[in-house]
Unconditional design. Sequence first.
Length: 152
Amino acid sequence: MTDRPRVAFKRLDPQKNSDVPLPRYMTEEAAGMDIHAANETPVTLAPGAVALIPTGFSMALPKGFEAQIRPRSGLAVKYGIGIVNAPGTIDSDYRGEVKVALINFGADPFTINRNERIAQMIVTRVWQAEITVVDDLDATERGDGGFGHTGV
C-alpha cells in the first residue's frame, strides 16, 4: 500500500532508552502499534490510581492525522488496567514525549515494568470541521433524545 502516512519517531535520550522498543506493529495486519514503557524504575498502581508512564519517544505525524492511544485488551481483561482518557489523542503538531495515563480499574495493585507493552497506538485521518453558527438546526427523528432514549 503506497498511500500510508509516514510517521517519524525520535528516540529520546538514546543512551538511556536504547533498550525500549519504538512503537511497532506486532503482526502484519495489526491495526495498532504496541507502545512500551520507558519508566526507569517499576511503577506500582494501587487500585483506582493513575500514573503517567513515559515511553521514551516523540514523533511527527503528517498534517491531517492523529495518533490515538488505546488500552491493550490483555492488560484490561486480565488486570483491569486501562487508559484514563481513552482514547488519548496525539495531535500532528505535538513534538513532546508521548506518555500514557494508565489507570488501575482492578482490585489488586499492578506493577508496570520497563519495556512492558502498556498501550497501543492507532494512526488515523482526522478532519477539522468548518464551524458555523445558526439560529436553528435541521430536525431529525431522534431530536434531542439523550442517553438511553431508545431503551435499555
